[in-house]
Design a protein around this ligand. Structure first.
Ligand SMILES: [Fe+2]
Length: 330
């Protein structure tokens, strides 16, 4: 068997994926194997999808292209994640950046779910603390957003109820001791569950905002989600109390706050404090540390309102509410 390597540094661009697909065609690849973090797994999915579908990759992209369905089945793709974050090993899309448009867009198809995913928590042993923190908080965000999503269902609830408490407990342990296999195991399973949950229940405003912020700034996805999680949760709870006080999402936020160590009877707002404490313990940088400025925020809000992730949010947030969230996280 012959193996040809294609390396990815950072989050994949549309152009890199065009080159990867071209290489796969040249060598007549029969399989694609992705070993690495979420960016590598997304790259493998995109290359395996584009290789047997020559032409302009943009034709198949959402937002900037025609989102045309793939004509031919992707090459078989096997995912071997070495971080516990995006859950991309269990989803049907690859997120690509289009620098000339300053956006991130999805290549999506029901045929793009990896044929095989190998989840080995030992592969993440020794991952540096800042990557453990940002990737782990991405998984935690995905579990929380799927749990309160308007599309949540009995199956995704089981995944979230299993893994949300475990990820919240394991994250500080893996941050402080990168070689703790028990903590890495909870994170690896939690990330997988977060991918299954988001693929079946959708996401919310954290991911709605993180997409355009990442496209404009180039900041890593996990770091953006980590910085936005507490401010978005605070805005959602406040908006639900004002406009939809009977929403089941409020009870769900209380449930999550208990898993994160809140005392009973303190209400959903207590979750915001627990999430702020977690972000501060994991030394999560603010949005401004990625070069994001106040002047960019209106464009981020405009793009976020159009994103597919925003549709799962438990309540519709106005432009000014989203702007306030971003200002708070800056
Ligand atoms: Fe994510």
């Amino acid at each position: 068997m012959q193996i040809t390597r294609f390396q990815i540094a950072g989050e994949p661009t549309v152009e890199q994926m065009r080159q990867g697909a071209e290489l796969a065609r040249q060598i007549q690849a029969e399989w694609v194997l992705g070993i690495g973090g979420g960016s590598v797994i997304d790259s493998g999915k995109a290359i395996s999808a584009l290789a047997p579908n020559p032409g302009d990759p943009a034709d198949h992209l959402e937002v900037i292209g025609k989102a045309a369905p793939l004509k031919t089945d992707p090459l078989p793709f096997a995912a071997v994640p070495t971080t516990a974050g995006t859950g991309s090993e269990a989803t049907r899309n690859a997120v690509l950046s289009a620098p000339q448009h300053r956006v991130k867009v999805s290549l999506r198809s029901p045929r793009m779910c990896p044929r095989l995913a190998i989840i080995d928590p030992a592969l993440a042993l020794g991952l540096p603390p800042h990557l453990t923190a940002s990737t782990g908080l991405d998984a935690l965000t995905q579990l929380l957003e799927a749990f309160v999503s308007v599309r949540s269902n009995a199956m995704t609830d089981i995944l979230c109820r299993h893994s949300l408490p475990r990820v919240a407990s394991a994250l500080p342990r893996a941050f402080e001791d990168g070689d703790c296999l028990a903590a890495r195991s909870d994170l690896a399973l939690g990330a997988l569950h977060s991918g299954l949950a988001l693929a079946n229940a959708g996401l919310g405003a954290v991911h709605g905002l993180a997409g355009p912020l990442g496209g404009q700034s180039g900041a890593p996805h996990g770091a953006l989600c980590a910085a936005l999680l507490a401010p978005v949760t605070e805005a959602n709870i406040a908006a639900l109390r004002r406009r939809s006080p009977g929403s089941p999402a409020l009870e769900r936020y209380v449930e999550v706050s208990r898993w994160l160590g809140s005392i009973d009877g303190k209400g959903a707002e207590n979750l915001v404090h627990r999430l702020e404490e977690l972000a501060s313990r994991l030394r999560i940088p603010r949005l401004s540390s990625w070069g994001i400025t106040q002047a960019e925020l209106p464009e981020v809000v405009r793009k976020a309102q159009e994103s597919s992730s925003m549709k799962g949010n438990p309540i519709e947030l106005s432009d000014s509410e989203l702007h306030d969230v971003l200002t708070h996280a800056l």
